[in-house]
Design a protein around this ligand. Sequence first.
Ligand code: PEP
Ligand code: MG
Length: 543
Amino acid sequence: MAERARLAGIGASEGVAVGPVFVHRPGELKPERETIPEGSADAELERFREAVAVVVEQLAETADELRNAGSESEAGIFDAHAEMAEDEDLHEGVEERVRGLQSPEAAILEVGEEYAALFAAMDDEYMAARADDVRDVAHQIAAQLMGRDATGLASLGTPSVVLATSLAPSDTARIPKGMALAFVTAEGSKTSHVSIMARSMGIPAVVGVGAILEGSFDAKSVAVDGGEGFAVVDPDPETVAGFEAKMEVMAEERAALEKYRDIEARTSDGRRIEVAANLGSAKDAEDAISMGAEGVGLFRTEFLFMERDQLPTEDEQYENYAAVTRAFGERPVVIRTLDVGGDKDLPGVDQPVEENPFLGWRGIRMCLDVPELFKPQLRALLRAGAHGNLKIMFPMVADVSEIRAAKKILDECRDELQSEGAEFGTVSVGVMVETPAAAILAEALAPEVDFFSIGTNDLVQYTLAADRGNEKLRHLQSADHPAVLKLIGMTCEAARGAGIWVGVCGEAAGEPVLIPKLIELGVTELSMSAPSIPRAKKVVSEV
Ligand code: PEP
Ligand code: MG
């Protein structure tokens, strides 16, 4: 036990928490009985149908909750799962096996696996991605049959620390509000999905702790320090007391920051600095506003694409973008076009296996090559622009020709909407400065756009040639490096010359030691995970 008492990893989201353990182990459900006695098939099939009905009802409830919260795309995942649970072929497969005296839980797991294997073998990536869905649904039905809590995350009813090998967007989206006290994952980096989610949910997270969940893991409670990057399994009373003391100090700090939450951030000499939120989902808009967000500096649209098995339609995208834009009224909302590739795969798009995915076909490079992906998004953004102050931002730009090509497609979309008589708004256009090339070419890029937003997460990785997810390179993963600061300075100078504004939307924007340096260099907007906003406003006001 001693060797696993302390789990060291990457501090991915600040804060401390102590609570009961909830281990999320998808794919590890074993049937309690393999066979059933002769003559019991009818009764067992009746139990099977009842279990399906309960699961379908739970899925429908989750879908409704998400829909009411404005998350149409996430709700769609649960609708599709409910449909799958009622699939006739699936039921026939189970019935045949139960009549052959296999237990219904063993039967549904087996049929689920068969279907999953069929899906996984398909060339079409949409279909291949359904393997996990059908497995997931089969597990939920089997768990219901065995009276176990397998919906797991979706039915988490006690606030708990969630431990998992990794957590996907559809996993975190299922957790009922307030039920996750913290995340601890075996895999992941500071900028992986689970880390970004934890920061926007305001809960601590430690990622990259290694293969803790292999074999049995029977801990009852865990204490997590997401700032320091470690967790203590089954902490003794003294450790718990230490964590509780730290929690109190942090709560006091938060209370002291309250007064900064709703101020308009200005430096002590009166320079206005906009403090905005990074969002991954439209449903986070209200929370961000209540944390004092003065706008959105980065809406990462890829989660809308990754949380589902199929590409969202133009209308679905429009609803989503319009919802965030409306929520912020006149405040600016910067929406980034799709940035997948690298660490983010996209179900529904054939992505090549690349030796260096971070140097590969991602962001604007992919979008320019796949107009059937890019154009519906641009059309949806233009339409959503009718509802507020929407700004479009292009990621991973490394050459002036890319921004010109993107703007040309945007113009085409505008012309199409015009000739269709569709409503659309005036949107401004910006470039994300996250490749060294974009910073070096800032003078040439600036006349092409209305703003720059510096993506320090990638700018650091590309400038210092240090993989942003590699735990061993932590000393090379800070924007507080002279090479990076020099590139930020060049970007700001070029922007000044062209009369456009510069923001920072990478993690550096929320770091108290960096904020004064960024402002000094000429940055006028800082965008970060919402819980960091009050502290950032305080730091700004002291500059
Ligand atoms: C960045 O690179 O700094 C950034 C904000 O984008 P992402 O983290 O989504 O790559
Ligand atoms: Mg980036």
